[in-house]
Design a binder for this molecule. Structure first.
Ligand SMILES: [Zn+2]
Length: 262
């Protein structure tokens, strides 16, 4: 009984969290610290398996845009990294703790720095709102409920559960990264991403244009990023409706417009 009470107190104290920008309440059983640590480990593993591009103009742009977004993201505990990975897949992700990867296959859709800032802002938005941690928390709660066990935190998890947790965190389809987020999380990441790109100096109107361009990219099979980020008219309408809200941020920024072409 005492154990259960302790677990409930722990659950209560850890599970109440407010998402930045949107102000939504989030259900979290994991700590930011644990998520960051797992993000870092997963990132390391991914980088050993992928071809990391350095020194090219595009890789430098990824780094520069990333630094600009990081500067306005207000996450002192993140150890930011921005890597460019060689792949035809148009994809991108940001793991907890600020570990960002951009696949070269997405450049032709991004077209310019603002387009890339749209993608990076969105992915970083998922990390800021701790969507990976939320997904993992839901998984943990489900597991605990099924097993009838108290939740005692991640440190006590055995390897199998850790694997589940990692998958839930978004590390691991090629790596589980491409597990789709819920529509609510997508909407939230869009909003946070738009604020970030505007504050970082990129014209937020390009976010709508990027999704317009990307929607025409479907072909036979939708590109990876598109399959996990359905490009609905709702998404574009939402981004359009937020334009006036982020104009102040953009006007107060360095106003780089679209930036350079990729
Ligand atoms: Zn997303």
């Amino acid at each position: 009984m005492k154990k259960i009470l302790t677990a409930l107190v722990l659950l209560f104290s850890l599970s109440c969290s407010t998402t930045p920008v949107s102000g939504n309440k989030a259900f979290l059983l994991t700590s930011q610290e644990t998520e960051n640590q797992q993000g870092e480990e997963a990132y390391k593993e991914i980088l050993t398996k992928e071809k990391v591009i350095t020194g090219t103009a595009q890789a430098k742009m990824v780094e520069e845009i990333g630094r600009r977004i990081a500067a306005v993201a207000n996450q002192p505990d993140f150890k930011w990294e921005f890597k460019t990975l060689q792949s035809d897949e148009p994809n991108a992700f940001c793991l907890p703790g600020g570990k960002v990867a951009i696949y070269t296959g997405i450049f032709k859709y991004a077209q310019n720095e603002a387009g890339l800032a749209t993608i990076m802002g969105h992915e970083i938005g998922h990390a800021l709102a701790r969507h990976g941690g939320q997904r993992m928390s839901q998984q943990m709660a489900t597991n605990a409920a099924l097993a009838g066990l108290a939740i005692v935190g991640l440190s006590g998890l055995d390897d199998t559960k850790k694997t589940v947790a990692m998958a839930a965190l978004g590390a691991g389809a090629t790596y589980g990264i491409i597990l789709p987020f819920s529509r609510k999380h997508e909407t939230e990441a869009d909003e946070i991403g738009l604020v970030l790109m505007a504050k970082a100096g990129y014209d937020p109107a390009e976010a709508v244009n990027f999704w317009d361009r990307f929607s025409k990219a479907g072909g036979k099979a939708p590109p990876e990023f598109l399959s996990t980020h359905p490009n609905s008219e709702n998404r574009r309408e939402h981004l359009r409706s937020l334009q006036s809200k982020v104009q102040g941020d953009y006007q107060a920024s360095a106003k780089l417009g679209l930036g350079r072409n990729l």
